[in-house]
Design a binder for this molecule. Sequence first.
Ligand code: HEC
Ligand code: HEC
Length: 244
Amino acid sequence: MQADAGSHKWSHHLNIDYDEFRQFNILFSVIWIQCMSGHIFLKTAAMLLLFLLASVVQAAGDAAAGKDQVTACVACHGQDGATGLDGSYPNLAGQHEKYLLRQLQAIQSGDRAVLLMAGQLTNKTEQNLADMAAYYASLPAKSSQAVGEDEQVAMAQQIYRGGIARKGVAACAACHNPSGSGNAAAGFPQLAGQPAQYTTVQLKAYRENQRITDAIYGGMMRDIAEGLTDTEIGALADYIQGLR
Ligand code: HEC
Ligand code: HEC
């Protein structure tokens, strides 16, 4: 049997502690065991299935109420939610509500350290967070374009669509969609149009184990980023910026 360098870490994070996911652990474990000796793509399929099934009950956000909560946010993220001060600010407009809410919770609790946002969420209730998530999700997403050389874009496209099997890097498209639209129900973020600078920082943060918000997903983004070089990350980030 072929040694699988990635599998040990995924299984480490298998004990998903969120109540809402508990019931899916058993189902997932079964799929997981069947995939242990298998391919990275089978694992991806198992992950997808798990999170599509896990239709998590969450506070319903009210976009109109959310609009009143974002007065301070616009200074950095732009009036339209997609014109940050520079490329280090993510577009929020059109991002999936479920993903946004999880990130806001993680930033508020400190699980995701965002220095610039310190204090921004201190006085927000769970309902405020849900409303802001609904508001930003309701805004139209903004697209951009890739600026890399053809060769670099082609390399990135190959990884994005096909992964790098020898390094256990799963195809990004499997979860984030070939168009970069992500998967709203599963909570997989939309990537299309995101500034390359922001995406580069995130992929490196996952790789260096600094961003751990993927814990409830078995640490899958950290596992994937672990196999990526700086050059590959740079090319992918540029390609993603141009997706639409
Ligand atoms: C002083 C600037 C600043 C302000 C004000 C600010 N943010 Fe941010 N925000 C950032 C930066 C910078 C990041 C990216 C951090 C990183 O690289 O991880 C970020 C990231 C985020 C993310 C994560 C996006 C993703 O794709 O994962 C969300 C959601 C978010 N901000 C929402 C808000 C909301 C809602 C407010 C207002 C309550 C707000 N921000 C106010 C600077 C700011
Ligand atoms: C098995 C599913 C899966 C695959 C395959 C996958 N991702 Fe992800 N990705 C996720 C999930 C789930 C998250 C959200 C994790 C979190 O909350 O931190 C995410 C988050 C991200 C983010 C952070 C987005 C933001 O707004 O901060 C980036 C960037 C990203 N992925 C890029 C990639 C790239 C590039 C690839 C391919 C090399 C890839 N992903 C492959 C599931 C996947």
